[in-house]
Design a protein around this ligand. Sequence first.
Ligand code: PLP
Length: 364
Amino acid sequence: HYNFCAGPAALPTLVLERARDELLDYQGRGLSVMEMSHRSEAFVAIAERAEADLRELLAIPDHYRVLFTQGGASLQFAAVPYNLLGAGGTPNFLHTGIWGKKAISEARHLFGAVHLAASSEENGHSAVPRQEDIVLSEDAAYLHYTANETIGGLEFDYIPEARRPDGTPVPLVCDMSSSLLSGPLDVSRFGVIYAGAQKNIGPAGLVVVIVRDDLLDQARGDMPSLFGYKTLSEAGSMVNTPATYSWYLAGRVFDWLQRDIGGLAAMDAINTRKAARLYAAIDGSGLYANPITLRNRSRMNVPFVLADPGLDRPFLEEAEAAGLLNLKGHRSVGGMRASLYNAVPEAAVEALIDFMADFEKRHG
Ligand code: PLP
């Protein structure tokens, strides 16, 4: 079976096998990782190794802190403004789809004014705003955007510049839930990066936050203490009991990326091939279509529609019977979506393409 779920997504089979082999007894300690104290020497070693591996994978500069926190990416929609609005100012946003909109709604709900620096709403979220169309407010506190819109299948092909109209730079904040670790990244361009784990990192619930250390002192005084990047950082992400098992599995995934795949450049090449193969099959067919501008097509989430929506059901039923799971599009947009995260092997894409061609021959 191949799992094309958008999230929680497939985990690498090798990682699951390794976790299985040490599920009951972690390296001869007679305990499962799940049962260990987060303060134990064994768990602290797991946690430190996970951070070190992530730092190596992404070449994270020393002046960035890495946090392993909880509450899903959605909790960061609140945590980001709490952490960055201590000196006032207005949160600025790029609106490119459903996840960006949720981040905007949460900031507005909590703190009132937000500024839309650019939006792709006018083009139906089929192309991201260009740099020259991004206009921050005079009092911008930061600029937030969503690198890859998981539902729309719309991905930035560049890292935006975040400057007020007078040229003052402000922190760039990015929700990378569905793209972090899909390839190399210049972390130094960002103030805050966050990602829910359940796509390319590990189990749902865990969140990775990468924050530049000069931003640790920008928080509002009324912030819930568990939201605080500084508090989390000073406590080694152990303010309360962390999601220990998820953290351990994330570490296993980092290890797999580094040592089995060969790092993010190698992962990037695989992901580019997978997406190119699937988009070519869609574009070359008479039955399937994807509406996104070429340069903004997501490598991780490939939505497509069938020319006859009456075929949606048979497509999904036959796909499932063929072992191709979770291809149904998000309930808000319909159609199909194939998510091609790191753990989805190239053979899965080949199997999907073969199935799609065969289905078109029979029904097209
Ligand atoms: N942001 C993006 C881009 C997502 O794809 C998702 C979810 O799946 C979220 C945020 C929300 O993540 P969570 O469910 O962990 O809160």
